[in-house]
Design a protein around this ligand. Structure first.
Ligand SMILES: Cc1ncc(COP(=O)(O)O)c(C=O)c1O
Length: 344
């Protein structure tokens, strides 16, 4: 039985093109900046992003942590959404390793935070307060239905931050999903932020790795901090070779994942017990609440598992399904069929 794994797009496996590229990669020591594949990937990423420089790191979490450590001196404050990945899912790393104080503001359903709330949250110069050094935004927003941030919104956040001498970091783990959904080029989306991370290992299907992009000075400091965190990984060409394939071949196909998400959401939202807003499926992520008189969400997850269908269930109520390269339209039809047999 084929496992249809909808828990996350992190489960994607490398393509045969990636395996070939990995096998034939020319390797060197990346701590000495001598791994030619890695240098090639970083140059390509910086060019696509319209930034001076880029750095390969092991994960999105490491990319966000390093970016925050560079931008936000110890004891300063970083503004971020209360549903942001950095706040919820990164083990409090910015506080543990950087002494950075997080100031959480309410995320709307689409991942935005009111611009006026950001403005009001910026600290005045007073000994009682930490100074505000950073605003973090997330694009697409994982916990907010995978919504992409509109260009105007990003630019408004950057304007208010920069007027106050504050940096902006964009957690773009799924940034290319945002580009595809908005039909915008990534350099336009990233133009005004001071740094951006994106993941090679999610929808872009590389086995591992994320990239940080920013100014040359920012990346030089990020490289130093990466080393101090134990992130100097030596023959990283085996990661970079796959990453180059991700950037050259795997971006445009993300639209298939978005179309499959829409198709699946349309199939599921009619079933009793499923509370799913089909207008809230802008990219590859589907959330629904499950409330059925006879079936608990625990039973639902286990029943689906017995049919080879995996997805996430949060707090016994909230379910998340993520579409990706490993899921075909045929798989989506099977998922709808199994839900139908259980719930109709
Ligand atoms: C929005 C967002 N940021 C960062 C990350 C962290 O990426 P990684 O799992 O590579 O550390 C994730 C992972 O799912 C994510 O969804």
């Amino acid at each position: 039985m084929k496992i249809i794994d909808l828990r996350s797009d992190t489960v994607t496996l490398p393509t045969s093109d990636m395996m070939h590229a990995i096998n034939t990669a020319t390797l060197g020591d990346d701590v000495y900046v001598e791994d030619s594949e890695t240098i090639k990937l970083e140059k390509l990423a910086a060019k696509i992003m319209g930034k001076e420089s880029a750095l390969l790191v092991s994960s999105g979490t490491m990319g966000n942590l390093i970016s925050c450590l560079v931008h936000a001196p110890r004891g300063t404050e970083a503004i971020m959404g209360h549903k942001s990945h950095i706040f919820i899912y990164e083990s409090g790393g910015i506080s543990a390793y950087g002494g950075i104080h997080s100031h959480q503001l309410k995320n709307h359903f689409n991942g935005t935070i009111d611009i006026d709330m950001i403005k009001d949250a910026i600290r005045i110069n007073d000994v009682h307060f930490p100074s505000t050094s950073l605003v973090c935004i997330e694009n697409t927003h994982n916990k907010c239905h995978g919504f992409p941030l509109e260009l105007d919104y990003i630019n408004s956040v950057c304007a208010i931050a920069h007027e106050n001498n504050i940096k902006v970091h964009m957690d773009g783990a799924r940034l290319f999903n945002a580009c595809v959904a908005l039909d915008e080029s990534v350099d336009k989306i990233a133009k005004n932020v001071d740094s951006v991370t994106f993941c090679l290992s999610k929808g872009l299907a590389s086995p591992m790795g994320s990239i940080i992009c920013g100014s040359a000075d920012f990346i030089a400091e990020a490289r130093r901090i990466r080393k101090s965190l134990g992130g100097g990984m030596r023959q990283t060409g085996i990661i970079a070779a796959a990453g180059i394939v991700s950037l050259n071949k795997m971006i445009n196909r993300l639209k298939d994942d978005h179309d499959n998400a829409t198709y699946l959401a349309n199939g599921l939202h009619k079933f009793p017990g499923i509370d799913l807003n089909i207008d809230y499926v802008p990219t590859n992520i589907i959330f629904f609440n499950f409330n059925h008189p006879n079936i608990s969400s625990y039973d639902l997850v286990n029943h689906m598992k017995s049919h080879g269908i995996l997805f996430s269930d949060y707090n016994g109520k909230h379910c998340r399904l993520v579409l990706h390269h490993g899921i075909s339209r045929h798989d989506v039809e099977k998922v709808i069929d199994v839900f139908n047999k259980l719930l109709s």
